[in-house]
Ligand binder design. Sequence first.
Ligand code: ATR
Length: 278
Amino acid sequence: MLASGLIGDPVDHSLSAFMHNAAFEALGIDARYDLWHTKADELPNRIAALRMEGVLGANVTVPHKQAVISLVDEVSDTAERIGAVNTLIPRGGRLMGDNTDAYGFGRSLLELTDGAIPASALVVGAGGASRAVLVSLQNAGVAGIRLVNRTYATAQALAAALNGLDRPAIAAEPWSRLKNLAPAVQLIVNATSVGWHDDDLPFEAGIVSLLPPEAVVMDLTYRQTAMLRLASDRALRTVDGLPMLIYQGARAFELWTGQDAPIDVMTNAVRKAYARRS
Ligand code: ATR
């Protein structure tokens, strides 16, 4: 049986094992996915073990997504730009690092817009999750990307790190500009860590009412957040973070197995596990 799993600390909250084990079973692949709780000082040995026979691949989560870069043989362009690896693929004794979060976000976005690429986007939040979103938007060719963050300097540093000649520019804007930007955005993304409690809003509620009627609204949180509720009340198209989670997993599955991921099976497994938990 082939081994795969999630490397992180902690890992016990993860939904990935449900999704991948259901997919292996559905396709008759003799593999299993485990949660590999790994402390920082155990990381080099954990990574070395992935080069041995019988390993299908691995995912990496906090706090190791950056540290793992120096432990692999090759890093994809997307992972390098995001500055984080979430998927490891063994190939002939070598270990490749990729990042499927950007793909997961992009696919979730295109599903929401029926394949249309928004002309402009406003990303709120400038942490680790935001980086993958911004790279995904650049890869998709979204022309007007704005970034706001509670701490302005962090947004400025992130935009500067991701801007380059051959890709759409990201403009960092001060938080106070949110209300001026909202009326013209086609896509708004909550990439902050705010949204886990029913009344949690990353910004004042009035911002949602300023969005144009064709705007689409995405939240990386795995739940119907207050922001998504306000947007749904206005009949705007919305999606939470679960499809992004599923699609990043689907992409990892395809990189490991070379087979099309059974999206419906993975979606059912994640939704069932998530419902049981909440
Ligand atoms: P993740 O890995 O989920 O991106 P992170 O890297 O800790 O988590 O980033 C959290 C993001 O949420 C940051 O952009 C943070 O803003 P700051 O840079 O100002 O800290 C944002 N955030 C956290 N709490 C917030 C709050 N109460 N209001 C607005 N933004 C908040």
